[in-house]
Write a protein that binds this ligand. Structure first.
Ligand SMILES: Cc1ncc(COP(=O)(O)O)c(C=O)c1O
Length: 398
């Protein structure tokens, strides 16, 4: 008899294969248009790519200083001043990481002890719960329900206790597209203060906003000292594969983050850090790039909403980020996974949003569509979605 060996650690075994990998595999199998994973199918701007080419040819091939090339830390500080209204100290408060993904991991590994609790607002980005588990802390997951996905005091208070080390906060939010408003910010800030907890604020979509400009929760009175801002070059410059991100926090917190970062990646890729400095400086000098980015995404968002509504989905209209949640159950499917499987067979890959919830308490209503795609890609999805009426697809998926 062959012995089956469980190789995966007990910390990670519950997470299995991520739904992103599963759906990408099914997308390839069915030659589907991939509106699942959140990466653009168009390239980043030439001025940023040229900067990387120059860096590769210009002697930036070795390790960088662990917490970042000096010019990259300076440029992130400048960008933060533009986006959040304060200049973080480039040397003492900023750590350059391998994407925001590494920032999330370094922040949790550097700051948490077993017994600590981290509040997650579900639906939440899938790496949060996995990184909390790797850090030895425990996730306290609070479920926000659609279609409005609002944070209420009663709901959030139920998750806070004296064990709460931090809340992981994300606005603009993946996957709901929410930009949490002033009232919701105040609820989070007040509870963080009352329980002396940190706010780990994932702001990767800070530049992709429709409802209003982004405001960091760190700007609320007294919050700067307890907030870690995490960001990335990937979304703003449509270069998700470059993996340059950052964590910004007051010096004592930054020391803890760096203690993990030095052993995770040691440093982010040097030539891309160099190019990131040029990219961030450029948008601080001239706002035209960010304006154009917002305009283009606003057009893509309108197009995708129109396509989805035309085929019969009710949608959550995003205030920021590049995702739209569509109501799979409202369209007649028994749940989001059944809908995603039926749609991928029809040639359109999506992500069932139940993957962003605590598996013990998922909301199975929503399908996530990414609209960081070229017009042709979205039109092809439209064509495929129109071949068979949604109700028919739903009935045959039962
Ligand atoms: C909310 C959120 N945080 C972090 C990340 C990861 O960012 P990066 O690609 O910079 O690692 C993503 C990517 O999709 C995201 O949606």
């Amino acid at each position: 008899m062959t012995e089956i060996i469980q190789h995966t650690s007990t910390r990670l075994a519950p997470f299995g294969e991520s739904i992103f990998s599963t759906m990408s595999r099914l997308a390839v199998e069915h030659k589907a248009v991939n509106l699942g994973q959140g990466f653009p199918d168009f390239d980043g701007p030439d001025f940023v790519k040229d900067a990387a080419k120059r860096a590769i040819d210009g002697g930036f091939g070795q390790y960088a200083r662990s917490f970042g090339l000096p010019e990259t830390n300076r440029a992130i500080s400048r960008y933060t001043e533009t986006m959040c209204g304060f200049a973080a100290d480039p040397e003492r408060e900023i750590t350059v990481t391998a994407g925001c993904t590494e920032a999330i991991a370094a922040v949790l590994l550097g700051l948490c002890n077993p017994g600590d609790e981290i509040v997650l607002l579900d639906p939440s980005y899938d790496s949060y719960a996995a990184c909390v588990a790797m850090s030895g802390a425990t996730a306290r997951r609070v479920r926000l329900d659609g279609p409005d996905f609002r944070i209420t005091e009663a709901l959030l208070r139920s998750a806070f206790s004296k064990k709460t080390r931090a809340i992981l906060f994300n606005s603009p939010h993946n996957p709901t597209g929410r930009m949490f408003d002033e009232e919701e910010y105040k609820i989070v800030a007040a509870l963080a203060k009352e329980f002396n907890s940190l706010i780990l604020s994932d702001e990767v979509y800070d530049a992709i906003t429709f409802a209003r400009s982004h405001r960091s929760i760190s700007a609320l009175p007294g919050m700067r000292e307890r907030t870690v801002i995490m960001g990335s070059l990937g979304k703003t410059f449509s270069l998700t594969g470059w993996k340059v991100g950052w964590a910004i926090a007051p010096e004592p917190i930054t020391r803890a983050i760096r203690s993990a970062h030095q052993f995770l990646t040691f440093c982010a890729p040097t030539p891309f850090q160099r190019a990131a400095a040029d990219a961030l400086n450029a948008v601080c000098e001239d706002g035209a790039y960010l304006e154009e980015l917002r305009r283009e995404y606003s057009n893509r968002r309108s197009m995708m909403l129109e396509i989805l509504q035309e085929v019969g989905f009710s949608c959550v209209s995003p205030e920021g980020s590049y995702f739209i949640l569509a109501d799979a159950m409202g369209a007649g499917f028994s749940d989001d996974v059944t809908a995603a499987k039926a749609l991928v067979k029809a040639g359109v890959a999506t992500i069932p949003a139940s993957a962003f919830y605590d598996p013990a308490s998922p909301d199975r209503r929503w399908l996530r569509f990414a609209f960081c795609k070229r017009e042709e890609t979205m039109r092809e999805a439209q064509r495929r979605l129109k071949v068979q009426p949604l109700r028919q697809l739903a009935n045959s998926a039962i």
